[in-house]
Write a protein that binds this ligand. Structure first.
Ligand code: MTE
Ligand code: MO
Length: 373
């Protein structure tokens, strides 16, 4: 791998991570709205992804936000509707969680046959320390009526023309979970605008579309929200379907908690190494609401599997770094594989199960490494 001057600076000295905006570092999948993917080489930087390396997914134009006039409304099936300023919000009990966010469509580019949507490769995923207040404490202040079973979230982003607004709901049980957060800091800083400044929801362990950015309205409701982004989007078939087939909407269920998955972040696909040298095969594994219990790697096309070491850095909803030191003794072109297993007994599939929107892609990861003589 040859490094350009910029990459050299980025790898060479940590303080330069904050140099340059997200667009200087990330792969632009869509310019406007901003959809930016993190190259795996930058995910490799650290357990916690620096803010300007974190992927960005935006359906609508990024809103202009004035924090001095900011208000968060809590209404609907509650006893005491609230209108909270930023300082009202900060007066609740503060808490932090390290959370891996992954877009439902991460890996969509590997769908066969292809499906429409952003053609993410491996990097619509990232990990940050989110600080804020438990959504539950705010909902308890408002007092949920017994009929309230879902919580509808709306951000300050508004659609141009007739595009549907990005409005989604989460069931009351997940909303009242003590780890579901109204976040106002990302890795110790104010949340950058593209990540939801000044306040966003963080729904740990769920596909990241549940984590509404620029949150301004919380409405407790009897029913699941019925708009486009609940009724049509973020749904997966309730059975394995024939690749390329249309699926009856009655057979589609919401995609919520994310599945078990691992990706290599080093070496990069196509890397060349020398016979006898030691190569650290490393990457990350995550499992939504479950814990990663092991990662196995294979250096012989899946004939045998070897246990990778897991770094000590861990948090309930965060990915874990895995490492395996490989000393290839024979030259040749290899494909190394990684397979994570979690505390729910799930493991990564060998083959993809196609679905119409290209969600949940979590097949065993692979990287080609050429061992030269
Ligand atoms: N208001 C609002 N919230 C949103 C979105 C959006 O378009 N508007 N995109 C969602 C999707 S699909 C994802 S994957 C995550 C991405 O969060 P990030 O941009 O901070 O990585 O935000 C979610 N929250
Ligand atoms: Mo997403």
């Amino acid at each position: 791998m040859s490094l350009g001057r910029r990459e050299f600076l980025l790898y060479g000295s940590g303080f330069l991570f904050q140099f340059g905006g997200a667009r200087d570092n990330l792969i632009v999948r869509s310019d406007s709205p901003a959809d930016l993917e993190t190259p795996v080489s930058l995910l490799d930087t650290a357990w916690i992804t620096p803010n300007n390396f974190h992927f960005v997914r935006t359906h609508l134009p990024t809103p202009r936000v004035d924090s001095s006039t900011f208000n968060l409304a809590v209404e609907g099936e509650v006893n005491r509707p609230l209108t909270l300023t930023l300082s009202d919000l900060r007066a609740f009990r503060e808490t932090s969680h390290v959370v891996t966010l992954e877009c439902a469509g991460n890996g969509r580019v590997y769908s066969d046959p292809p499906v429409p949507g952003l053609q993410w490769e491996k990097g619509a995923v990232g990990t940050a320390r989110w600080t804020g207040v438990p959504l539950r404490d705010v909902l308890n202040r408002a007092g949920i009526k017994p009929v309230g079973k879902h919580v509808v979230m709306n951000g300050a982003d508004v659609p141009p023309g007739s595009t549907p607004d990005f409005v989604r709901s989460i069931p009351i049980a997940k909303a009242m979970h003590p780890d579901t957060l109204l976040a106002y800091r990302m890795n110790g800083e104010e949340i950058p605008l593209e990540h939801g400044y000044p306040v966003r929801l963080i729904v740990p362990g769920w596909e990241a579309a549940a984590s509404t950015k620029w949150l301004v309205n919380i409405r407790v409701s009897e029913n699941e929200f019925d708009g486009h982004f609940m009724r049509n989007a973020y749904r997966i078939p309730n059975r394995y379907v024939s690749p390329g087939s249309a699926v009856d909407p009655a057979d589609m269920v919401p995609y919520t908690a994310i599945d078990v998955k691992s990706i290599f972040t080093s070496p990069l696909d196509g890397a060349a190494v020398r016979t006898g040298a030691s190569v650290e095969l490393r990457g990350f594994a995550w499992a939504g609401e479950a814990d990663v219990t092991r990662v196995d790697v294979s250096v012989d096309f899946g004939r045998t599997w070897l246990t990778a070491a897991l770094d000590a850095d861990r948090a309930r909803y965060a990915w874990r770094r895995f490492r395996y030191t490989w000393r290839p003794s024979r030259r040749g072109s290899y494909v190394v594989l990684s397979r994570a297993t979690d505390s729910q007994g799930r493991t990564q599939p060998t083959l993809p199960s196609w679905n119409p929107a290209g969600y949940v892609y979590n097949v065993i990861d692979k990287v080609r490494i050429n061992v030269e003589g």
